[in-house]
Design a protein around this ligand. Structure first.
Ligand SMILES: [Zn+2]
Length: 412
């Protein structure tokens, strides 16, 4: 090295033993009289190399970095308003470049490791939630679909295959690479136990990818994921007294009931039902949101044009219907909370649950309300909290009070 004019700094050097053995003797290495420490993993050209070359340490490190980038970029992307989905996608491409750095080296080991796959999916999920304006509890599978972000480990595998093919002189087209990723993603989509409702609405991933909408609004994301302003969802998270619909006698209010069945919203569904000649069903969503596939269209120019314009008209009607229903539903919910007295189902034995509930209430109280009185009624106990719009808890009562006291509180 010194003959070539290179100098080594032995005090800054470290080494890693590459072996498949669980037990091995660490070597004592000396360079220019200085002992080189043996580490479990070292960073070389931006990639963490661990003893068994599993790249778990590398994946942990890049997912941590991409989370920080997502948090920083996410501040630019509110769920309502903010940049369009294509701009969000562009901004979040930073996350992919971080996650997929050196993918050619580690993709093979990572694809077979469930822990690494999960870490990559979780990091992507944070970015996808912001891109597709989804609520924070939406699963990784549903968020990736709505954000049109392919799973990172599939992208990594495709990069590896392209690199190997280039060495052998074979050239992959962009279309062939994309088709391969979509096929892998479809298999994952069909096997996942997550995102059951989204899977029911959009079973064919390639149709969504090639012919689906390029932008999903905040209300459409709620409809497609069954998360947020539905009684069933709120009830499972201790934020509603019951899962029943507040507009009709139905025992469960979820996205399916609200958008497709509840009689309260019949007027909003009328135009689309007239166009279809029957009531709209969850099974129609894929056809309504995605253009018909080119292979199925007739060859006649005029017929093709008629089918495409009809499809676009129905898509507009469906989007309008969802926006009208969800927008009004939100208004009604806000009005109910803003009236000052709200009843929630909270486990009285869990103070944590109660404080989570209070935090949620703070987020909902409008600034115009100087003081809101919140009454928490459960089967076993009654608790009361007086909160101000600033979020300061004035007074909390805890335990099993006498019925007369409850009456006074509820009345007061
Ligand atoms: Zn209903």
């Amino acid at each position: 090295m010194s003959a070539n004019g290179l100098r080594l700094a032995p005090e800054k050097s470290e080494c890693v033993v590459l072996t498949n053995k669980y037990r091995y003797r660490e070597p004592n290495l000396y360079v220019q009289g200085c002992q080189v420490p043996v580490k479990k993993a070292i960073r070389y050209l931006g990639v963490q190399l661990d003893t068994r070359l599993s790249f778990v340490d590398h994946v942990r490190s890049v997912t941590d970095g991409s989370r920080k980038a997502t948090t920083a970029l996410g501040r630019l992307m509110p769920n309502i308003g903010g940049p369009s989905q294509s701009k969000r996608h562009l901004l979040m491409s930073v996350v992919h470049s971080r996650l997929l750095y050196g993918a050619v080296i580690w993709s093979e080991q990572v694809s077979g490791n469930q822990e690494c796959r999960n870490l990559l999916l979780q990091a992507q999920r944070h970015a996808a939630l912001k891109v597709a304006r989804c609520y924070r509890t939406v699963s990784d599978m549903a968020a990736l679909l709505l954000a049109r972000m392919s799973p990172a480990f599939l992208l990594a595998s495709s990069r590896k295959r392209i690199a190997v093919a280039r060495r052998t002189g074979v050239i992959f087209t962009k279309q062939a690479v994309e088709t391969e990723i979509i096929q892998g993603w479809q298999a994952l989509w069909e096997s996942t136990p997550k995102a059951a409702w989204t899977k029911r609405l959009i079973p064919d991933l390639s149709r969504w990818w090639y012919h689906g909408p390029r932008q999903v609004s905040f209300h459409m994301a709620q409809t497609l994921t069954n998360h947020r302003c539905f009684q069933k969802y709120l009830w499972t998270r201790d934020r509603a007294y019951s899962p029943a619909c507040s507009h009709c006698p139905a025992k469960v209010n979820n996205a399916e009931h609200t958008i497709f069945a509840c009689v309260f919203w019949s007027e909003q569904r009328r135009d689309l039902a007239l166009s279809l000649g029957r009531p709209v069903r969850p099974e129609d969503v894929q056809d309504l949101l995605c253009d018909p596939s080119t292979a199925k269209l007739p060859t006649d120019y005029h017929q093709r044009g008629r089918i495409l314009s009809c499809s676009r008209r129905r898509r507009e009607m469906f989007v309008k219907m969802v926006e009208r229903i969800m927008g009004r539903k939100e208004e009604l919910e806000r009005a109910a909370v803003g009236s000052g007295s709200v009843t929630y189902n909270v486990n009285p034995l869990s103070r944590f649950s109660f404080f989570v509930f209070l935090r949620n209430v703070f987020n909902r109280i409008s600034v115009e309300n100087d003081l809101a009185l919140v009454v928490v009624v459960t089967a076993e106990a009654v608790s009361r909290a007086k909160v101000e719009s600033s979020g300061v808890v004035k007074d909390i009562f805890w335990g099993n009070p006498a019925p007369s006291k409850i009456q006074r509180w509820v009345g007061g």
